[in-house]
Design a protein around this ligand. Structure first.
Ligand code: PGA
Length: 254
């Protein structure tokens, strides 16, 4: 049985003191939770100080980054490498988030390089995929999922299913308040698993944890997580408040 995983994507929110306060609250509120892996992805500038807070609090919450560059170091002004994230205390890195794809024009080939670099560095990549509203309405959801998975993971061997996480995040559901229905999430994530089985093998595909993201709230977390192919939840807006994130985590029971 796979352990459920719930993550918070803080995006470009919280000053340093605000991020530290939220991290402390989460440590206190979630200290007894063993049934789920929990991670938070604050802005880069918070990772190091939050790693110290989590250690002081003896918290099991895992730290992640929201992005990285694929090069190890050098003249890439404004970028952060996998080793920098690791040395600051990050263990997970979100790659290919729809905001990176659509606002910053990242394509599958570029994301593929990042996934490789994260794996090489020993970070756990959380690869995000998902279709736009017009793609869903044109009946292209599966085609988009296939293209993004095959492109972002092209040439990458996954022999250990615990080395990668996938998040299905329909773009029309992100930050809109419109959540995919549990059936829509299940259908898409079952299809994700089918493509993973084609690319790797059935055992690996069954074991890779696939998260759902897109307007996850305390009100809908329980109905999403019970879907057979929803192994976790990736939460944006509702992760910025300790009470609502705690509620989502506590509802994340299969
Ligand atoms: P949201 O964001 O929960 O605010 O819709 C989800 C995400 O972007 O990961």
């Amino acid at each position: 049985m796979k352990k459920v995983i719930v993550g918070g994507n803080w995006k470009m929110n919280k000053t340093v003191p605000e991020a530290q306060a939220l991290a402390r609250q989460l440590c206190d509120r979630l200290s007894d939770v063993n049934f789920a892996d929990i991670f938070i992805c604050p802005p880069f500038v918070d990772i190091y100080s939050l790693s110290i807070i989590l250690r002081e609090k003896e918290s099991k919450i895992i730290l992640g980054a929201q992005n990285m560059h694929y090069e190890a170091k050098g003249a890439f002004t404004g970028e952060i490498s996998a080793d920098m994230i690791k040395s600051a205390g990050g263990k997970i890195v979100v790659l290919g988030h729809s905001e990176r794809r659509h606002i910053f024009n990242e394509n599958d080939e570029y994301i593929n390089r990042k996934v490789r670099a994260a794996l090489d560095a020993g970070l756990l990549p959380l690869l995000c995929i998902g279709e736009l509203l017009e793609e869903r309405e044109a009946g292209k959801t599966e085609e988009v999922i296939r293209t993004q998975l095959k492109g972002s993971l092209d040439g990458i061997k996954i022999e250990d299913p615990s080395k990668i996480l996938i998040a299905y995040e329909p773009v029309w559901a992100i930050g809109t308040g419109v959540t995919a229905t549990p059936e829509q999430a299940q259908d898409a994530q079952k299809f994700v698993r089918k493509i993973l089985a084609e690319m790797f093998d059935e055992n690996i595909a069954n074991e890779i944890r696939i998260l759902y993201g897109g307007s996850v709230k305390p009100a809908n977390a329980a109905s999403l997580i019970v879907q057979p192919d929803v192994d976790g939840l990736f939460v944006g807006g509702a992760s910025l408040d300790a009470e609502s994130f705690e509620k989502i985590v506590r509802d994340a029971i299969k």
